[in-house]
Design a protein around this ligand. Sequence first.
Ligand SMILES: NC(=O)c1ccc[n+]([C@@H]2O[C@H](COP(=O)([O-])OP(=O)(O)OC[C@H]3O[C@@H](n4cnc5c(N)ncnc54)[C@H](O)[C@@H]3O)[C@@H](O)[C@H]2O)c1
Ligand SMILES: [Zn+2]
Length: 543
Amino acid sequence: MGGIQNGAEPVTRVALVGLPGAGKSAVAASLARRLGWRLVDTDALVEAAAGTPVGEIFAAEGEAGFRRRELEALREAFAGEAPTVIAAGGGVLSQPEAAAMLLQGTCAVWLDAPDSVLLNRVGSATDRPLLRDDPAGRLAALRSARASQYGRASLRVDCGDGDVEEIVDRVVDAIAGTRLPTSGDAAVEVDLDRLAYPVVVRRGAVADLPGLLPATSGRVAVVVDRATGRLGRRVVETIEQSGRRVATITLTGGEQVKTWSHAGRLLDRFAALELDRDDCAVAVGGGSIGDLCGFAAAVYMRGIACLQVPTTLLAMVDSALGGKTAVNLSAGKNLVGAFAQPRAVVCDLDALEDLPERPYRSALSEVVKYAMAVDGSLAPLLDEGVPQLLARDPEVVAEVVRRCCALKAEVVAGDERETGRRAVLNYGHTVGHALEALTGYGDALLHGEAVAAGMRVAGDLSVRALGCPTADVAWQDEMLTRCGLHGAPPLHPDAVLERTRLDKKSRGGVARWVLLERRGAARYGQLVPAEMVRESLTAVLAA
Ligand SMILES: NC(=O)c1ccc[n+]([C@@H]2O[C@H](COP(=O)([O-])OP(=O)(O)OC[C@H]3O[C@@H](n4cnc5c(N)ncnc54)[C@H](O)[C@@H]3O)[C@@H](O)[C@H]2O)c1
Ligand SMILES: [Zn+2]
């Protein structure tokens, strides 16, 4: 029996999807013959089971009746272990259960051709219930309704010219030539209603990009931080090899890039490249490039897809995932932005090789934050793993990044727009943001360093205000110290206190605090008397 190898992974199930006239049945039959695999043609199975043609099932039972029968047929296709080629019905992906089967653990291939070619093939279309009366108009409507569903397929193969055997050649080449995501790689699935996206964490993960880009995207704008050198180049090459046109936009990362004028220039570049709504952007950099590119993609043509390839530890464990995008105004940080979830997050741990020690260590405050404010069960992993984490042992780093992404995904999925619990992720940030503002958002104090100091203050305040066990806060402070995140900058407590009133999360000049009842159990929206805050600030800043 033949087979298709995709990198080290054997592919054992291929499903062909696409509009009427794409030739799914003929290509699937020929592909199955060539590979010696089982063929399941869902339309044919439905007809055999019902004893009538698809058109009559539509007439008698409506589309809903047909979809029910189609789902049954699909379940049959998924029964057993035999390698299978599936010719799926054109509208199959409109059913969530069917889509889940076909898009996970299966190599879904979108066969596509221009409408004129498809119309020519379907002819008068008397046996195509969805194209009756006005085939051209109906086909265009089907395309616009289904393009985003087909776009989730792993691959898109052109079936506009060539005979069936040539199209089969193309399908086989495409599967073998693109590294498809495997279930083991996509360690984290972010599941917001309707907005599921994979988060891949491993060395060499950028090889997965072609399979994660929207299949509709012929053009890709890669917005890359010049500091990422080799990784940036690898991203561009990998996407080019998938046959897409790539434009590279190189910027100098850092807070200074998160401006309205940089966003405007980036949008002009998107327009000059003639990106359309089916195309996408890829952000390769730290949180600054991710926030800027994510914002530009969120507003360009009212939103195009954006993939995040975070290259700093901070971006991997925090900013790349969650859908917050923003630029700064002179009045403050992140004052203009949009919620726009990325299409996928690809954490290639190779990126961390070139990351200097200070930004690497400073991000560990966010890791400790998850252990304190979201899930205390992360603590044992840190207790044991800190030496390896500091030595950037790939396995430990991968495990920590995955855990943090999973925790953030879980929090974000429950509260995408931060109307409630998502606020716990701001633990340590009320004072952290004040310290950053007072030190000018620069190298004097990195974000993670500011957050570490802010967590020390919030921990102390948690003991005073909520009776958090001192041992829990001592664990936090010691863990921060072990990560090389020592004290706080020499600022006057009153100056910091004053600045916390300006925090975005303040209401009417009164700061809302995220405080701990104990490690792993945070409460947000806490009001605390100013005197108590001053005591905690004094205790930490004077230490
Ligand atoms: N959207 C969110 O949810 C969210 C969450 C947290 C932070 N943020 C934002 O993220 C930004 C901070 O992110 P950051 O810490 O990644 O900063 P950053 O993007 O400024 O990167 C830090 C520095 O490292 C360089 N760099 C990036 N990748 C590198 C690599 N692989 N090797 C060597 N150098 C590299 C950059 O050029 C920059 O000089 C802030 O603007 C913050 O507001 C956003
Ligand atoms: Zn942060």
